[in-house]
Design a protein around this ligand. Structure first.
Ligand SMILES: NC(=O)c1ccc[n+]([C@@H]2O[C@H](COP(=O)([O-])OP(=O)(O)OC[C@H]3O[C@@H](n4cnc5c(N)ncnc54)[C@H](OP(=O)(O)O)[C@@H]3O)[C@@H](O)[C@H]2O)c1
Length: 340
């Protein structure tokens, strides 16, 4: 069989036929996507599961993918076919190379076709599981703490949802930047992950008087509160996290898995606090070369052990609905991958 014939064979893929509940997703045999100029074909080894995927398939994400489509924002795999213009312009993207793909869709399948600019060669020293799951969570944390907040060594950082993908990455990135990190999570397993990543303390979101405890920790350094809050959860508790900030403190708005909060502006005025929006995706699209440089830096830090993303829990492709449901229903600790 020639390479072209091989890629005409049906492949298994998850399909979102129309927006709706996660359990409407189906696993089907479909024709492999067409290789067009500027694209490459990747045989998927593992695809990362992100909260964003759960929103996309329900039609609740700000960007709408036309249906029907195969979801799956990011993955790792082996290059198996390269369009002639890519072979000419990007010779490092040769067949057989292990790459990560961050294309926004298509990863919950045996093969994905993606634009060459969304594909990055993965260095040795990074496992398939980590390569399939670090881009969205770590790039968001890096962009938020470094680019948006300008965080400095010695500052204190409160991370909410610290046992989830984006939160756990913020703990790891914060520790690597020399910040004192305080974590908040709902289960023993999630708090353990945050502590293992270097958090100084991990609070139970339901049980502890976190505002008083955080202020006490800050008071030991002569401060009225923490310097930074990293909040991917939102909801009613965002008000409490805002009040943990000390003089000049920065509240980083990351996401709203618990609902979109209303924050009292008097609490922003007090102590000269700021509320800072973070949208890594739009920045990455508008600053492609800066984003690629940041991603290379993050990969090097992972390969050299300065950052240590956790190994994900694996689900077979036929259990993609279970993986997305476990994440959406708050049962997942750390990261998940789907394996075709
Ligand atoms: N701003 C950006 O640039 C950017 C980029 C990527 C992702 N995000 C956003 O970041 C958020 C987190 O994404 P993720 O992939 O890290 O998700 P995740 O792995 O599911 O983690 C989210 C965490 O939120 C907590 N949570 C609290 N209430 C919840 C609820 N009602 N339902 C589900 N989780 C709840 C859970 O922690 P506890 O159980 O410990 O409370 C969970 O571990 C999403 O809103 C996503 O859209 C933003």
């Amino acid at each position: 069989m020639t390479v072209a014939e091989c890629h005409n064979q049906p492949m298994r893929a998850i399909l979102c036929r129309e927006y709706g509940p996660i359990d409407q997703l189906v696993l089907e045999d479909v024709a492999p996507p067409e290789l067009r100029p500027g694209t490459v074909r990747v045989r998927v080894k593992a695809a990362g599961v992100n909260y964003v995927d759960t929103l996309i398939v329900q039609g609740r994400y700000q960007l709408k993918t036309p249906t029907p489509f195969t979801p799956g924002w990011e993955c790792v795999g082996e290059l198996v076919e390269v369009a002639p213009d890519v072979a000419r312009d990007a010779p490092h993207l040769a067949s057989g190379t292990r790459v990560l793909v961050a294309a926004g869709s298509g990863a919950y399948a045996e093969e994905v076709v993606a634009p060459a600019h969304a594909v990055t060669v993965v260095p040795d020293g990074i496992s398939d599981g980590v390569a399939a799951t670090f881009v969205q969570s770590y790039m968001t944390a890096m962009f938020a703490l470094r680019n948006r907040a300008g965080a400095e060594r010695g500052q204190s950082l409160l991370v909410v949802g610290a046992g989830g993908g984006v939160g756990l990455a913020a703990v790891d990135v914060g520790v690597s930047m020399g910040l004192r990190v305080f974590a908040v999570a709902s289960s023993e397993e999630k708090r353990r992950l945050a502590l293992d990543q270097g958090a100084e303390v991990a609070f139970d979101v339901a049980g502890d008087d976190i505002k008083s405890a955080v202020r006490e920790l800050a008071a030991a350094e002569g401060k009225a509160g923490v310097d930074l809050v990293y909040d991917p959860v939102g909801g009613d508790l965002a008000d409490t996290w805002l009040r943990t900030l000390g003089e000049g403190g920065q509240f980083l708005v990351i996401g709203f898995v618990g609902g979109i909060p209303s924050l009292p502006l008097n609490q922003v005025l007090l102590r000269n606090r700021s509320v800072i929006g973070v949208e890594w995706g739009s920045w990455a699209m508008q600053h492609r070369s800066a984003n690629e440089a940041l991603q290379r830096e993050v990969m090097t830090m992972i390969a050299e052990g300065q950052l240590s993303p956790v190994e994900p829990t694996a689900y077979p492709l036929e259990r993609t609905v279970d993986a997305l449901t476990d994440l959406a229903q708050r049962r997942a600790a750390g990261k998940l991958v789907v394996v075709p």
